[in-house]
Design a protein. Structure first.
Length: 167
């Protein structure tokens, strides 16, 4: 059976646990290679992950189903994708230097009357960004993982007068 034109699975029948595990294993290999300083292996594994069918499926799923802004339309006006459209997006997903323009929305700044611009890319470009994130994140996590910035709640706790004496 030629799966290039006809996918092997329907979107709802994809074994997501298997997909996530396979992508996670590749990410672990990237992380380990980055920790050992093996740049050549890191780049090979990143290229492998970017071309991986499972990584493309996962990036498409994160953008079209898991993401909080999944129903936000770009300049093309597409708010949501049907399962066959998601499969088609995963099949055609690749990083290209040519992207579509972003939709510009002005959102209010907190505690002021000013507004700031927010660019909303089209669904395919968001999926490409998610795919790139899957490949790049393990490398940079290995390099800068020990320099974690504390979240606001722990920062407030550490700077309170009660904790200054303890620390």
């Amino acid at each position: 059976m030629n799966t290039a034109r006809r996918p092997m699975y329907a979107w709802q029948d994809i074994p997501w646990h298997k997909v996530e595990r396979a992508v996670f294993k590749l990410q672990q290999r990237i992380y380990r290679a980055s920790r050992h300083g093996d740049v050549k292996t890191v780049h090979k594994l990143q290229r492998l992950l970017m071309k991986s069918w499972y990584a493309k499926l996962l990036a498409t799923r994160r953008v079209t189903q898991d993401n909080r802004g999944k129903r936000t339309a770009g300049v093309d006006g597409v708010k949501s994708l049907t399962p066959p459209q998601r499969l088609r997006l995963a099949q055609t997903l690749s990083l290209s230097p040519q992207v579509q323009p972003v939709r510009r929305v002005w959102i209010p700044k907190p505690r002021t009357t000013e507004h700031r611009p927010l660019g909303i890319p089209v669904m395919a470009d968001r999926a490409g960004q998610a795919l790139a994130k899957l490949a790049l994140e393990p490398e940079w996590e290995a390099k800068f993982g020990q320099f974690q910035v504390p979240d606001d709640s722990s920062l407030k706790l550490c700077s309170s007068p009660l904790m200054v004496d303890v620390v």
